[in-house]
Design a protein around this ligand. Structure first.
Ligand code: ARG
Length: 612
């Protein structure tokens, strides 16, 4: 099944070919002037250069060849030689019927499915999630769904940050905080595992002493202190190396951190409609690191750098300006080398990422790995990707950083709480939910719902507000967090889209109670035309979102579709259409619109309530 743009594109390309002109000039796009045309082709202008003839003459020949085409009502030359195409009501009705009969409402699939990993979310043990993680989660979830919907075999992985320096920091902080924990850690210094019952006992004792609120308090304190206190930082570095070296007490303490954090994080993610297929952590590749370092060494890729081991990545001539401590500017190789083993012997952030590429290639052999991570980590990924290609762990080009801007506060800087701290995801959700309740009440919505359903609706409105605000921008741009605007039922917002979807649902319930059945679609009125054209444009939006890894194309489509429905509903009565055929046709259009709107929203990770 092919959309109108593709079918017309083929017809126009054939007309170009028949004139001996390059077929790619026959490309068709949606018209900039929907009042004049549905589609346009601008190819006569470049073709004029190729053929050495005036553009209007070329356009005239194409128009001549296309006139009478069964899909077209008219084909005309405009301006300098643009070709304007208008689809016939008959062709549009046929296409609308086809979309309405299709489970996927006209959305196509990839010709060849690939294995894809989406690495997103990236929460860390005990470190509170900040707004960067919120964006990583929202965008990553949507990209995962878009890829899966197009037919690829996709795994989403949280890539839990559970193995770096912050683990050493937390270990030190817990030992300083609690004498019992310190004593226990001093006893369990070896690497041999005690009996299972001893382990269970230790874990039980740790659970009595260390809970999430404590970790939430300790981590920022420790991180702050390590910035200025060199001894403290060194202790944390040593603890990190010892943890990775297998020191038993630290391992058990670490297991406890991971468990406590993960339960809470999974709950929050789930509330946001974000569910990972794999919840792997940096620590999962621990066993691969030693052999990997050996192998990298054997391949001659490792160099010594003041006691650390690094991989040089810059190609000859690739440099950037750097400033030395004394202020002199010099040219240094760029990108920086990847730090594989620190001088304390620890695996670093880049080491675990490199080993994870290796692990993924062995276990899943992905064609593509997409890393949905804050744009500020672009340099890190450039390093990891180059190192992976050099080591032969991934095909060049198969690793891609899907970077994004930040969600900012009114000051234009990454969003913070009023006290200046990082905003916890949990608090953000709570705050948005409270706002959603207020908005519903203020709009006079949800009044007849039972308390539990009202809560569920408010939650869905909140999630839609957050996600749509994020996904309606191109991911590269930063945006300002403005809850009042995001949660409004008017304008380009998630709640507006839910409201339109719920309106259709209630219309369908009324139709059912009046025993009106959807019938054969026929497109007559201008508002019906506009709606049918949009239904047809879904696949174009989907492909664009897929190719550019940019959900905003779907968000834009969903918004236009909802608006177009609203105009259609105002102009074309359904239950009062006056005759059964018209009512049935319009009802079928409404059913199809709802189906496509819900599909599009689902690709954004947004669920619609039944009522408001
Ligand atoms: N945990 C990291 C952070 O908070 C993000 C992880 C992103 N994914 C990755 N493969 N490095 O910054």
């Amino acid at each position: 099944m092919s959309d109108l743009k593709r079918s017309l594109g083929e017809a126009v390309a054939a007309a170009f070919a028949a004139q001996g002109l390059p077929v790619e000039l026959g490309r068709v796009t949606a018209s900039d002037r929907p009042d004049l045309a549905d589609f346009q082709c601008n190819g006569a202008l470049p073709a004029a250069k190729v053929a050495g003839k005036p553009p209007r003459e070329i356009a005239a020949a194409i128009v001549e060849a296309l006139s009478g085409h069964p899909l077209l009502q008219s084909v005309e030359i405009a301006g300098l030689g643009f070709i304007n195409l208008r689809v016939s009501a008959r062709a549009l009705s046929d296409r609308a019927r086809e979309i309405s009969a299709d489970e996927r409402t006209g959305a196509g699939e990839v010709a060849e499915a690939r294995r894809v990993i989406v690495d997103y979310g990236g929460p860390n043990v005990a470190k509170p999630m900040h707004v960067g993680h919120l964006r990583a989660s929202i965008i990553g979830e949507s990209v995962k769904r878009i890829y899966r919907f197009r037919g690829d075999q996709v795994l989403g992985d949280a890539h839990f940050g559970d193995w770096g320096f912050q683990m050493g920091l937390l270990i030190v902080a817990c030992c300083d905080e609690d004498p019992f924990v310190r004593t226990l850690m001093e006893r369990l210094t070896g690497t041999a595992l005690p009996s299972l019952s001893d382990q269970t006992q230790v874990m039980g004792a740790l659970a009595d002493h260390i809970d999430l609120p404590l970790l939430d308090r300790l981590y920022p304190e420790a991180a702050g202190r390590a910035k200025t206190d060199v001894d403290y930082r060194d202790r944390a570095r040593r603890a990190t190396a010892e943890l990775q070296g297998g020191r038993l007490g630290y391992r058990l303490l670490w297991q406890h951190f991971v468990k406590v954090s993960r339960v809470a994080l999974e709950r929050e993610f789930h509330a946001l409609g974000i569910d990972f297929d794999l919840w792997k952590g940096e620590s999962d590749v621990d066993g691969l690191i030693d052999p990997m370092v050996h192998e990298l060494d054997a391949k001659g890729l490792l160099a010594n750098d003041q006691g650390a081991r690094v991989i040089h990545l810059a190609r000859p001539g690739e440099t950037k300006k750097k400033k030395a401590a004394d202020g002199t500017v010099y040219e240094a190789p760029s990108p920086d080398p990847l730090l594989v083993v620190s001088s304390e012997g620890s695996a670093m952030y880049g080491t675990t990422d490199l080993a994870t590429v290796l692990d993924r290639s062995r276990t899943f052999a992905p064609h593509l790995i997409l890393y949905c991570v804050d744009q500020r980590q672009a340099d890190h990924f450039e390093q990891v990707f180059r190192a992976s290609y050099l080591a032969g762990y991934a095909e060049p080009g198969s690793l891609e950083h899907i970077g994004f801007g930040t969600m900012n506060g009114p000051d234009g800087k990454p969003f913070k709480t009023r006290e200046g701290g990082v905003l916890k995801l949990h608090d953000l959700i709570e705050m948005t939910r409270a706002k959603a309740r207020e908005r519903l009440q203020e709009a006079g919505l949800g009044g007849e719902l039972e308390p539990a359903e009202f809560e569920d609706t408010a939650h869905k409105v909140a999630v839609a507000a957050l996600k749509f605000a994020d996904l309606s921008n191109y991911r590269g741009t930063s945006y300002i967090f403005d809850l009042d605007r995001f949660s409004s039922f008017e304008g380009k917002t998630g709640p507006y889209l839910l409201y339109q979807a719920v309106r259709i649902k209630s219309l369908l319930r009324r139709a059912e109670s009046e025993r009106l059945e959807p019938g054969r679609i026929s497109i007559v009125e201008p508002a019906e035309r506009e709606l049918a054209m949009l239904l047809d444009a879904f696949d174009t939006a989907l492909i664009e979102a897929y190719d550019k890894k940019a959900p905003n194309f779907i968000a834009e489509h969903a918004f236009k579709l909802a608006q177009s429905f609203s105009r259609f509903y105002a102009a074309c009565p359904i239950l009062q259409a006056g005759n059964e055929a018209t009512a049935g046709s319009r009802l079928a259009l409404a059913v199809t619109t709802l189906k496509q709107l819900e599909l599009a929203l689902d690709l954004l990770g947004i669920e619609t309530p039944e009522r408001m």
